[in-house]
Design a binder for this molecule. Structure first.
Ligand code: HEM
Length: 529
């Protein structure tokens, strides 16, 4: 009654303002209450924050990575800070990460995923990366099995990688002294490998729907900008009338995730429809999508409420594609960049390729075991660059005491992989690029180091590690087999920015061009000498 009177007597903009102020007040009280609850408990140390905003103004200083490195130095193994309503707990040391993610006691507690209402409204908690509990376990198991059948164990993936490698080499030859911006060509090559595994489909150059799909997945993965913090730290803002509009007017792309998911799900649905139409004639699956649809059909006949529905399929396809593309392609970009910056390392990799493979056939997975220096070089690239500096956010699933501090249910857990990979207590001269650290001093054999964890730790560790390792080896060895890489003179001018790289979920090198020169023919040892 009172409200309807108010409604009639006030212009609609005033009603909106009153509503906005009321919701903001409730939000403020709620945030204060939550903050007070945490203050009463023993919270891991961290930087002091601002009312309502938390530590948002402290990030990035000057980059997200630099701010975390500073906090690690100041506060130690376990750091907490706040973005709006959400508390983040950063695991900074290898010991803390192992204990939290891989121990009997805590492994399950810290294996949840972010549960923002806004994000859930878009993903319905489905897929693998963003799902939890029994759904996650069932589909992670299924995906691992199918990818193992199709990918890692099958020669088909090697053929698919070889095809992309040949294409890349042709592009490098054509580019000549103009050099190549490796971002796009490598992303496309890796996207094709995963697309063949998922959809049985290799994109041509004129495929607009695939282009849009690729662009949407990439945009959703990039950036640590404000638009991406809102669903995590300030989900209530979506419910305050006018706020999103205001942010849009201020140039914040608040619906970026939503818009891109519409594109990726649309592409996946198109692929699902096409596969389903052909399924009757398929006796054994040709790709991941076939395998999922066949499982779905099997369960349709047996169970009423199974989880192999189309939305779960769309989420899984999108997530596997996203997780498998930019990660691998940007690791290869770092490898080629470091090959330019450390020519003596490049020369050693090439010498090993010449000795173990020669130039007349493409590298194969089985060559790995005879190539310790190349493996050491790849490990050092993964350590030095750390592609996913904070892995993927985990969520604490219940109140728990950990390392003497209280961690609350719904706190978001960050794994500081970058910090671990640059920890002077674990690595000698961590800021030096030294592949030799992965070789045994006396024998020169490849010696993996347990503190190198680019694929994460514990139950949530990367599901595509085997595929990624296969791709890294074949692409890096295959490129350096035929070409020598050097940085384009224009890029040398921006070297510092290139090395700092991007500041998002994925740590990619800054834009640069590389000149790929065809290597001189290999000299055959002359027995008569
Ligand atoms: C060099 C390449 C790659 C790197 C550095 C990498 C790294 C990671 C990291 C750090 C995580 C998070 C672990 C955690 O939450 O604690 C992760 C998760 C994941 N990765 Fe990768 N990854 C790579 C390639 C791939 C590929 C090729 C695929 C797909 C075939 C893939 C699929 C996934 C999936 C599905 C998850 C989520 C697992 C889960 O939540 O259970 N990744 N990856």
């Amino acid at each position: 009654m009172l409200l309807s009177q108010l409604n009639r007597s006030l212009p609609s903009s005033s009603v909106t303002t009153i509503a906005a102020v009321s919701v903001a007040t409730v939000a403020a009280v709620w945030l204060f209450y939550r903050g007070a609850r945490h203050r009463r408990r023993r919270s891991p140390p961290g930087p002091p924050g601002w009312p309502l905003l938390g530590n948002l103004p402290n990030l990035p200083r000057p980059t997200f990575l630099a701010a975390h490195a500073d906090w690690r130095k100041r506060y130690g193994d376990l750091v907490s800070y706040r973005l709006g309503a959400r508390r983040f707990v950063v695991l900074n040391s290898y010991a803390a990460v192992k204990e939290a993610l891989a121990s009997q006691e805590f492994g399950d507690v810290f294996s949840g995923r972010m549960n923002s209402n806004y994000i859930n409204s878009l993903t319905h908690g489905k897929g693998i990366v963003s799902s939890e509990g029994e759904l996650w376990r069932e589909h992670r198991r299924f995906a691992l099995k199918v990818l193992r059948d199709f990918g890692f164990a099958r020669a088909g993936t090697e053929d698919s990688i070889h095809q992309e490698l040949q294409d890349l080499r042709d592009q490098f030859n054509t580019a000549g002294e103009a050099g190549v911006d490796t971002t796009e060509v490598l992303c496309r090559a890796i996207a094709n490998v995963i697309s063949v595994m998922l959809f049985g489909y290799r994109a041509g150059s004129q495929d607009d729907r695939f282009e849009a799909f690729l662009a949407a997945t990439q945009e959703n993965l990039q950036g640590g900008d404000l638009a991406r913090f809102i669903p995590v730290g300030f989900p209530l803002l979506y419910q305050i009338p006018g706020v999103m509009r205001l942010l849009e007017l201020l140039g914040v792309d608040v619906y970026v995730v939503q818009r891109n998911l519409k594109v990726t799900h649309g592409f996946c649905q198109m692929q699902i429809d096409a596969h389903r139409a052909q399924l009757a004639g398929v006796s054994s699956p040709n790709d991941f999508l076939d395998a999922f649809l066949m499982e779905q059909e099997k369960l349709n006949g047996r169970k009423k409420d199974h989880t192999f529905d189309d939305f779960q399929l769309k989420r899984t396809l999108t997530e596997l594609f996203v997780a498998g593309t930019d990660t691998t392609s940007n690791t290869i970009r770092w490898a080629l960049l470091y090959a330019c910056l450390y020519p003596e390392c490049q020369a050693r990799v090439q010498a090993e390729i010449d000795a173990q493979i020669g130039r007349n056939r493409l590298p194969e997975h089985r060559d790995r075991k005879r190539m310790p220096y190349t493996l050491a070089f790849i490990d050092e690239v993964q350590r030095f660059a750390t592609l996913a500096p904070f892995a993927v956010l985990h969520r604490c699933t219940r109140d728990v005491e950990f390392m003497g501090y209280d961690i609350s249910s719904d706190d978001l857990i960050m794994t500081n992989l970058y910090g671990i990979h640059h920890d002077p207590e674990l690595w000698s001269s961590p800021e030096a690029f030294q592949p030799e650290r992965f070789l045994a001093v006396d024998t020169g054999e490849y010696q993996p180091n347990e503190h190198l964890v680019p694929f994460g730790v514990g139950k949530r560790a990367c599901l595509g590690e085997s595929l990624a390792r296969q791709e890294l080896f074949l692409f890096i060895a295959g490129i350096l087999q035929q070409h020598s890489a050097r940085l384009h003179p224009d890029s040398v001018k921006n070297l510092e920015d290139i090395k700092i790289g991007s500041d998002g979920i994925v740590h990619a090198p800054g834009a640069h061009r590389i000149i790929f020169s065809a290597r001189q023919p290999q000299r055959i040892a002359d027995d008569s000498c």
